[in-house]
Design a protein around this ligand. Structure first.
Ligand SMILES: NC(=O)c1ccc[n+]([C@@H]2O[C@H](COP(=O)([O-])OP(=O)(O)OC[C@H]3O[C@@H](n4cnc5c(N)ncnc54)[C@H](OP(=O)(O)O)[C@@H]3O)[C@@H](O)[C@H]2O)c1
Length: 226
């Protein structure tokens, strides 16, 4: 079986670990999509990984059309994300719009643009956060980030409803803390219990095996609080 996996937000952290993980699998082609093309090309030397520049903060449809992706995509992991950590009163209009553009609008637009490329039974996995999961412990400073991640959860339910008569599946994983560049920048000194490679293994297993059993589900993935 020839499987195509597209990972949005692939240059570092969990996304890069996902590329590493899928690249080891037989008969698997990985499309790595991010802004930092040089970083991806320097890291992903495997022959089955194809790196493309994509910035989901602007002109997403135009950029994806220009990529000319021909292969049907079996798994799409919407992992790109932006975290702004600032006291609520200091959050600027730009902080709000950038957070929403990357964490929800860009993801929805990328999903729209990639729809024609999705294989029958394709599984779309959105990467949200425990901060966007209703009833979870919340953290000061994350109003722009966590509300945009909550919107990603809502999108998952809405997409699943709208496409329920198709074979497409979309689910959302709300991650707890993972030791990545994003976490270190936002919470210096905090040590997460999970590495990017460990989380990538979980996400990959879920993406490969759970599309037949889950649709429109918002799943907390956390062994700790947060
Ligand atoms: N780490 C955690 O504790 C944690 C917890 C909960 C949820 N999450 C979520 O998990 C996902 C991955 O997080 P991470 O910790 O691995 O973060 P990270 O190290 O900052 O990586 C984020 C990725 O998103 C890409 N990205 C950011 N802006 C983009 C844009 N405009 N267009 C395209 N790609 C963009 C970045 O690539 P470029 O800069 O090359 O574009 C990078 O590859 C995010 O959605 C995050 O919200 C993380």
């Amino acid at each position: 079986m020839n499987r195509v996996v597209a990972i949005l937000g692939a240059s570092q952290g969990i996304g890069a670990a996902l590329v590493d993980h899928f690249a080891q699998m037989e008969d698997t082609t990985v499309l790595a999509l991010s802004r930092n093309l040089d970083k991806m090309k320097g890291r992903f030397l495997q022959k089955n990984v194809f790196c493309h520049h994509l910035d989901i903060s602007k002109d997403v449809h135009k950029q994806i059309a220009a990529l000319g992706l021909a292969a049907p995509i079996d798994i799409l992991i919407n992992n790109a994300g932006l975290l702004v950590n600032k006291p609520f009163e200091q959050l600027s209009h730009q902080d709000f719009t950038e957070s929403y553009q990357v964490n929800i609008i860009g993801i929805m637009e990328a999903t729209q643009a990639l729809l024609p490329q999705l294989a029958p039974k394709a599984h779309i996995v959105n990467i949200s956060s425990m901060g966007g999961f209703q009833g979870s412990l919340k953290f000061a400073g994350l109003a722009a980030y966590s509300t945009s991640k909550a919107a990603l959860c809502a999108f998952t339910e809405l997409f699943a409803e709208e496409y329920k008569d198709s074979s497409l599946r979309m689910n959302c994983l709300c991650l707890g803390a993972v030791q990545t560049e994003m976490l270190s920048a936002a919470f210096p000194g905090y040590l997460a219990p999970t590495s990017p490679a460990q989380m990538a293994q979980f996400i990959a297993d879920f993406a490969l095996n759970s599309g037949a059993f889950f649709n429109g589900k918002i799943i907390p993935v956390s062994s700790s609080n947060p």
